[in-house]
Design a protein around this ligand. Structure first.
Ligand SMILES: Nc1nc2c(ncn2[C@@H]2O[C@H](COP(=O)(O)OP(=O)(O)OP(=O)(O)O)[C@@H](O)[C@H]2O)c(=O)[nH]1
Ligand SMILES: *[C@@H]1O[C@H](CO)[C@@H](O)[C@H](O)[C@H]1NC(C)=O
Ligand SMILES: [Mg+2]
Length: 184
């Protein structure tokens, strides 16, 4: 499930992942809740992701059952970043204890000015022990990586193997560096 303040780019992020395109034109604020599917291949298996799009506050009732939460803020909007702490506090109160969380600073390719530095996002994420990356729902930067990292982590958790070979933090760090398709 995608969460964050209104206007951070949640719907665009989801459409970019599903369709590989930026939802431009008329601004369509999400009302209520909606979901979309995409099938990805992980370890040679087709995995169907059911991704929920939400809008604004009061979403506890929905994310209580979510397996993973992608929490977005907008790097050009300080309010959306300042509210991340409140989001995380709520998540720890209402979400499942083993929920996978990832923090995303969206709109990196924006022409308007950045107000939240990369280091600010990194240190907040570190404080809460969650993985972090900066993304663009517009150009697609790290959109695929964010979802695939979460999907792999979920798959790993349901695996019957005793040893965990996959670690979401180190996976993201390595993918950020490789500069391949999914990490650009
Ligand atoms: N430059 C830039 N603009 C973006 C990006 N993602 C979204 N936007 C713009 O931000 C605005 C809000 O995008 P939405 O995807 O509708 O945001 P939302 O979080 O779903 O908003 P609500 O549904 O109203 O809560 C739109 O004008 C998008 O064009 C991005 O990565 N870069
Ligand atoms: C910044 O984000 C907040 C939500 O965090 C929103 O209410 C506000 O309209 C946004 N400001 C701008 C200039 O987009
Ligand atoms: Mg929306």
């Amino acid at each position: 499930m995608l969460l964050g303040d209104s206007g951070v780019g949640i719907t665009c992020f989801l459409i970019q992942f599903r369709d590989g395109a930026f939802l431009s034109g008329a601004f369509l604020a999400t009302v209520g809740i909606d979901f979309r599917m995409r099938i990805v291949t992980l370890y040679g298996l087709n995995v169907k992701l059911q991704i929920w799009d939400t809008a604004g506050q009061e979403t506890h009732a929905y994310y209580r059952d979510a397996q993973a939460l992608l929490l977005l803020y907008d790097i050009t909007n300080k309010t959306s970043f300042d509210n991340i702490q409140a989001w995380l506090t709520d998540i720890y109160d209402y979400a499942q204890k083993d929920v996978v969380i990832i923090l995303l600073g969206n709109k990196v390719s924006t022409t308007s000015s950045r107000v939240i530095r990369t280091e600010d996002g990194e240190s907040l994420a570190k404080e809460y022990g969650v993985p972090f990356m900066e993304t663009s729902a517009k150009t697609g930067v790290k959109v695929e990586l964010a979802f695939l990292a979460v999907a792999r982590e979920l798959k790993e958790r349901t695996s019957v193997r005793e040893e965990r070979s996959f670690q979401i933090h180190s996976y993201i760090d390595s993918q950020k560096k490789t500069g391949n398709c999914c990490a650009n």
